[in-house]
Design a protein around this ligand. Structure first.
Ligand SMILES: Nc1ncnc2c1ncn2[C@@H]1O[C@H](COP(=O)(O)OP(=O)(O)OP(=O)(O)O)[C@@H](O)[C@H]1O
Ligand SMILES: [Mg+2]
Length: 227
């Protein structure tokens, strides 16, 4: 079943002389349980593609359908996009965006609480994920007390805690060594298999490419299907 369908998506930032054509007629499809990579040089449009999918950046034209719901079709279609994001998406940003005044564990618990998961079940999910990602002994630390890679792993735990239909990840393994990167890929694989989520992942990390079902190449805003 298709969970992501991006149709002829175009994004132009600004206008006139300073206009930047960040996406030019992009088409992307992801099925339930699939791991999809977006690969391409800096400035090619990868983050723009993810943020358009997430309903954070408004496309200029085209269509975005996530989990069977068309969120954009030459204009926003979903009235409450923040609600939509909370219910359907997990987003791992290029900058980790942890809440600075909450500990690692609280950052994950907050994501669960938004979905109504609280108390011991929530603590168990947070604990298991943080343990799995190798930051279980850091759960009472605040983001500024964590290394970049540790923050990245907490952000991954937070994004997948709710088992969202679609996980959008912007370079989630960039700050990680090979072994940790592979365990993140294995976690994505497990969520994809067990929950039927689709994972769309920007990566520069050629070590990780083996693990993907599908690879899209992004170049100057053009998206081509590589595998
Ligand atoms: N808010 C913005 N306003 C104007 N131009 C922007 C904006 N955001 C991105 N761009 C431009 O759009 C193009 C695509 O940017 P994008 O962030 O999608 O690239 P990227 O592939 O994610 O790059 P990187 O690998 O460096 O993260 C770039 O030329 C960038 O300068
Ligand atoms: Mg980017």
């Amino acid at each position: 079943m298709e969970v992501v369908h991006i149709d002829d998506l175009t994004k132009v930032y600004g206008s006139g002389k300073t206009a930047v054509r960040a996406l030019v007629g992009a088409n992307v499809v992801a099925q339930t349980g699939e791991l999809v990579a977006l690969l391409g040089p800096s400035g090619s449009g990868k983050t723009t593609l993810l943020t358009c999918m997430a309903g954070i950046v408004e496309p200029t034209s085209g269509r975005v359908t996530i989990g069977g719901i068309t969120t954009y079709d030459d204009g926003w279609k979903v009235h409450d996009r923040s609600r939509f994001r909370l219910e359907h998406l997990g987003f791992i940003f290029q900058a980790h965006n942890l809440i600075p005044f909450l500990t690692a564990r609280e950052n994950v618990l907050m994501a669960l609480q938004i979905q109504g998961v609280t108390g011991p079940p929530a603590r168990r999910i947070a604990q298991d994920l943080l343990n799995y990602l190798g930051v279980g002994d850091r759960q009472s630390h605040f983001p500024e007390q964590l290394s970049g890679g540790e923050q990245q792993r907490v952000a991954i735990a937070r994004a997948i805690a709710n088992s969202p239909q679609v996980i959008l990840a912007d370079e989630p393994t960039a700050a990680l060594d090979t072994e940790r990167g592979q365990s993140v890929m294995a976690l994505f694989r497990r969520v994809a298999r067990e929950k039927g989520s689709a994972v769309i992942c920007v990566t520069h990390d050629s070590r990780m490419l083996e693990g993907f079902d599908h690879i899209y190449q992004v170049k100057d805003g053009l998206v081509s299907d590589e595998r």
